[in-house]
Ligand binder design. Sequence first.
Ligand code: PRX
Length: 577
Amino acid sequence: MLDQFKKSKKYFKKTPNLENYEKTYREFSWKNVSESELTWFDNGKVNAAYNAIDRHLDSPRKNKIALYYEGPNGEQEKYTFEEMSQKSNKFGNFLKALGVKRGDRVFIFLPRNPYLYIAFLGILKIGAIAGTLFSAFQEQALYDRLENSGAKVLITDKEFAVRVEKIRHKLPNLKHLVLIDDESSLKEINDSSAELHIDRMNPEDYAFMLYTSGTTGKPKGVVHRHLAILSEHITAKYVLDFHEEDTYWCTADPGWVTGIAYEILGSWSNGVASVVYGGRFDASKWYEILEKYKVSVWYTAPTAVRMLMAQGIDLVRKYNLSSLRHILSVGEPLNPEAIRWGLQAFGLPFHDTWWQTETGAIVIANYPCLDIKIGSMGKPFPGITAGIVDDQGKELPPGQEGNIALKPGWPSMMKTIWRRPEKYKSYFLNDWYISGDRGLKDKDGYFWFIGRADDVIKTSGERVGPFEVESALVEHPSVVEAGVIGKPDSLRGEIIKAFVVLTKKYQDKVQDKNYSDQLKQELSLQVRKHLAGHAYPREIEFMDKLPKTRSGKIMRRILKAKEMGLPIGDTSTLEEF
Ligand code: PRX
């Protein structure tokens, strides 16, 4: 079995930007790259959006295409860097006229279309804080995020606004709903001046925020500063390996961190031409996009690779994908079969990258210049110290399993958790940032992922908190309590499985198989409608009771062990089972 992939010359259509990993790692300094790679205003001021777009206007990149957009119905648009600059300037002026000030939260709830990107840049340019909302979110998910952030403005469209209207009366801070497909709003945006004084920000000032899930409680607002663009830029340069002539496609949605760091900030700050496809997953369409736009660098997710695999190799063969030269993935374990299939289908190995919403940029990766150990996430990025530590924060020797941890202080490390300073502090132990993932480091310094240390679920690469799904389930009149786990799945990595205790009345009713099936469907729908189109349980099992600690906490660990037929482990703290 192939366990190591040695790179030969045929895999290099270009000399990698990072030619010598060891040397760069040894000599790397954030201070040096911040001077050589970013454009600064006087007195140490900076703006991430200016670095992404406007700084290119003094170079031939001004007229280069920044964004190729293809919509769900095949509609096509393209924008140069200059056009992106002007459009986002207009958007910034439009927001100012609405009364948006520095530090105000402006959220975007849009499908992937050019306005999402233009609005994001415009928000950062005037010093406001941009928040993005995944297009599958439903009322509860939207309410939790808009309420906690105290968002003042929401940029959306007529179709999505319907979901917001139902909760708007509970959001006193939300002053404006801007519909980008409403003629009068569009006219106001277009009539705004294209001249904007881009705000000079302190590197520490907040730039954008994203809500992400943990094991317990509501999603938390991870806040990133303007300086985060330094990590995003340099990782894009060395890991995504952008060259001037590249056309790049990142399949992520800016509702998630990958879409912000590598579809807006780090990618455009390198001046790369980006493709955005606004439609749903479809294998033929994806290959068509790769072929039509002559994509050379492609960043995607393991579930997508597995979905392509499922369509077979013959389909790939129908397309001319000879422009591809570098392919990568993120978000969940990249299984060896997917790498092997990538080699067969594209003649290229997928390069795994590991990072999180909280790390703001890639921190561990496989690099074009290094051989790949198949199944490993690779090595720490220059400027990042990664280690495996025990539960006391003591570093463990190579080969031992523990918590994947990082030394704090890289530029895109989250700046805070919005209004929850104690939660922010809880990430740090003995001068390490603790990721919540478990893994090990081998003797050659490669990191290997083992699993989550907590109950966070990764389904199709998307992070889902079990508590949110449980809360949505118990809203249904039939449900007394629910325990939710991630169940391993060969396509989606994990699927959501719910164990549900019903009220006495419903317990009797589900004796009838038809009724039981119907209720399961209804419960799944309840979660979809309430929380998000993607975060619903694909499997539901009715139980008489759930395993709990003496203090009444549902033991998801036991549910998972039972589901997988594994030993249940220490049950001495259990109240009942
Ligand atoms: O468990 C790890 C998994 O995704 C988590 C972070 O999720 P999120 O904040 O949504 O960010 C995803 C995109 C940056 C991690 O704690 N994860 C991410 N990359 C990998 C991974 N698991 C295994 N291998 C990876 N390469």
